[in-house]
Design a protein around this ligand. Sequence first.
Ligand SMILES: NC(=O)N[C@@H](CC(=O)O)C(=O)O
Ligand SMILES: [Zn+2]
Ligand SMILES: [Zn+2]
Length: 360
Amino acid sequence: MESQATTRLTIRRPDDWHVHLRDGDMLKAVAPYTARQFARAIVMPNLVPPVTSVIAAEAYRDRILAAVPEESGFTPLMTCYLTDGADPAEIARGHEAGVFTAAKLYPANATTNSAFGVTDVRNIYPALEAMQRIGMPLLVHGEVTDKDVDVFDREAVFIDRVLSELVRDFPELKIVFEHITTAEAAAFVAESGPLIGATITPQHLIINRNAIFDGGIRPHAYCLPVAKREAHRLAVRRAAVSGSPKFFLGTDSAPHALAAKEAACGCAGIFNAPFALESYATVFEDEGALDHFEAFASENGPRFYGLPLNEGTVTLERAEVEVPDAITAAGTTLVPFHAGQVMRWRVQTPPRNGEGDRAA
Ligand SMILES: NC(=O)N[C@@H](CC(=O)O)C(=O)O
Ligand SMILES: [Zn+2]
Ligand SMILES: [Zn+2]
């Protein structure tokens, strides 16, 4: 990483290891924001219907590529949505064909579009055995859905009831604990072996649960897993900036149309793609850890997945940039994370994959 009197930050071009790009007009509205900053992104499969077959993933990949500017050089990395009936042969075939980078476990009804999710992890043991054998990562939305478990405890209880057992039963399986939000999750990942990693979102580094109730109900601060109390935010921040290779960037940018957020039963998800790198850079600077920013954003993820590091760079410059109250694109109005705030970093030029020099 290069920093000139901390007015410019140049890092190897980063990737987003967890994003929701949606489909149709929403895809056209949001995908360019991700492609502008990131060379690659792990694209979540929770469409309606979910992406469960190789052919569906290939078609979705084509729609994504059609929605981003060609010169962005953006590569979507596709995932397979695991269901109770997940077919190990189809998953392995998709991975070997270079279509499925990973497969995603949504506990049934844990989050947006997870009605087809897994009701009992035992149901996907054959798929997990195949994935373990071929080195295909399992991505996990780590929350239990039991009605007796408090919404703020769902992640910690998931570790005890599900994840510990998975790690024990599949010691050679790569597992990404997605969007961690608690001290328990950060500690679990840190204490596990090198095959257990975690993604961390901007919002879980920046807000605690007070933000959801700040002077009234704030639907744009609501996502899943829900933000936790301050002690957890601080623990997640320490993990992110620690320099540990187990933690890496995954925005979980999860756009929902304004009307679907501002509703009696508002959807879970924060649209953070437009200013994601700016968010993360601010956190690393505030923690005095800019020297670990590049590893978190651009190195730990590809190393975990066993993929090459990107060529080319992206530069952030110190400049005030106002985040709009709302963004309208492709006929869709969205409220971005940090709406109405002023950021102090700005992504400088739309980078191109493989371009940009790394000379000091
Ligand atoms: N994070 C969210 O709050 N929502 C995501 C689903 C998810 O990642 O759990 C979505 O697809 O809207
Ligand atoms: Zn999730
Ligand atoms: Zn997500």
